[in-house]
Design a protein. Structure first.
Lengths: 186, 120
C-alpha cells in the first residue's frame, strides 16, 4: 500500500493507519529536530508534538508537496520555537572560511563505520542549528534547494549561502575534532 | 561558491559522509506513545462532540418543557398564596434571560468547534 493510501485511510478515520507514517518518518524527523535543538529529550518531545500536529491537521494536507516536506516543516518550526524559548547560550563553531579545507581529512574513510558515524554526528553537533539542518536535509535526505526553502522558510539565496558556509565549516570542524582526538590518543 | 559550482566528486563525498549522520530514535516505545496520545485526543474530541449534541438536546427539551408549563398553568390560580400571573412574569424574565445566555454560549461554542475542524 502506498503512503498516499495510508494518509487517505487516516483521513477516513482509521487511526491505526497513522502508525505506518510514524514508523517510516520517526528517525528522520528526530534527526531533523536534533540538528536544531541538539538535545535528545527535547528532540523526542518535538518529534512527538509534530506527529500529533500532523495527525490533527492531516485533513488539510492537499498532496501538493511531499508528506515528508510538510512533516519536516512542522518539526523545524517547533524546534526553532523551542530553541528561541530556551534562550540557551550555545557555543557553535564560527571558523574562518579561508582556512577551511574542502575535503574530509586523509584516511577518514578508513575508520570503522561506528567511529565514522560518531565523528560525523559530533561534528554536526558543533555546527549552528541552521548549518547542520541544511547539511542533513540536502545530503542525507537529498532534499532539493526548493524543498529546503519550503521546509525552513528561508529564501533561495539564503539557503545557498547557509549550505556553502555549512560545507566549509563541516570540513573545518571535522578536521579539528580528529586532530584533538589524535592528540588525546598520542 | 554555490551548489552548482561544487565539483561532483566533492558533492558525492559529502553525500557519502553525511549518510552516516542519520540518528535513530533512542527512546523505545516512541511509536506506541504517539499512538496512545493520538487515541486519547480522538476520544476527547468524540466526547466533546457528544457533549455538545447533548447540550443542544437538553436545551431544546428544557425550552419546550418551559413553554408547555406556561401554557398549562392558568393565570387565574394561585400557588401557595401567590398569584400565578406575577410568578409567571418573573419566571418569563428569568427564563428568557437564561435562554438567551445559553443560546449565545452554545452557538459560540458549536461554531468555534466547527471552525477548528474545518481549519484542520
Amino acid at each position: 500500500m502506498t503512503e498516499e493510501a495510508y494518509i487517505k485511510r487516516v483521513i477516513e478515520g482509521d487511526v491505526e493507519a497513522f502508525r505506518f507514517l510514524i514508523r517510516k518518518y520517526q528517525h528522520m524527523a528526530f534527526t531533523v529536530a536534533m540538528s536544531v535543538v541538539k538535545d535528545e529529550f527535547a528532540a523526542e518531545d518535538i518529534t512527538q508534538e509534530a506527529f500529533i500536529k500532523v495527525f490533527e491537521n492531516l485533513k488539510s494536507f492537499r498532496f501538493q508537496s511531499k508528506f515528508s516536506t510538510w512533516l519536516y516543516r512542522i518539526v523545524v518550526n517547533l524546534a526553532f520555537n523551542r530553541l528561541k524559548r530556551s534562550k540557551r547560550k550555545e557555543e557553535y563553531f564560527s571558523g574562518n572560511e579561508t582556512d577551511a579545507a574542502d575535503t574530509a581529512p586523509d584516511g577518514f574513510d578508513k575508520l570503522k563505520e561506528t567511529d565514522r558515524k560518531y565523528y560525523i554526528n559530533k561534528t554536526l553537533e558543533q555546527l549552528t542549528p541552521k548549518e547542520s539542518l541544511a547539511l542533513r536535509l540536502f545530503y542525507l535526505d537529498e532534499c532539493s534547494v526548493d524543498e529546503i526553502k519550503n521546509i525552513t522558510g528561508w529564501s533561495e539565496s539564503n539557503t545557498k549561502v547557509i549550505l556553502h558556509r555549512a560545507r566549509k565549516n563541516f570540513y573545518a570542524v571535522l578536521g579539528n575534532t580528529l586532530k584533538a582526538e589524535m592528540k588525546t590518543i598520542l | 561558491m554555490f551548489l552548482m559550482d561544487i565539483p561532483d566528486n566533492n558533492n558525492d563525498m559529502l553525500k557519502k559522509l553525511l549518510s552516516d549522520s542519520k540518528l535513530e530514535m533512542p527512546f523505545s516505545g516512541f511509536e506506541d506513545r504517539v499512538m496512545h496520545s493520538i487515541r486519547d485526543k480522538v476520544r476527547t474530541e468524540q466526547s466533546i462532540n457528544r457533549n455538545i449534541n447533548l447540550s443542544w438536546l437538553f436545551f431544546a427539551l428544557g425550552t419546550a418543557f418551559g413553554l408547555l408549563l406556561s401554557v398549562i398553568i392558568s393565570p387565574a390560580t394561585t400557588i401557595w398564596g401567590f398569584p400565578t400571573a406575577k410568578l409567571m412574569l418573573s419566571s418569563y424574565i428569568i427564563g428568557g434571560t437564561l435562554i438567551l445566555l445559553f443560546v449565545e454560549q452554545l452557538v459560540t461554542f458549536t461554531l468555534k468547534r466547527k471552525n477548528n475542524t474545518a481549519d484542520r
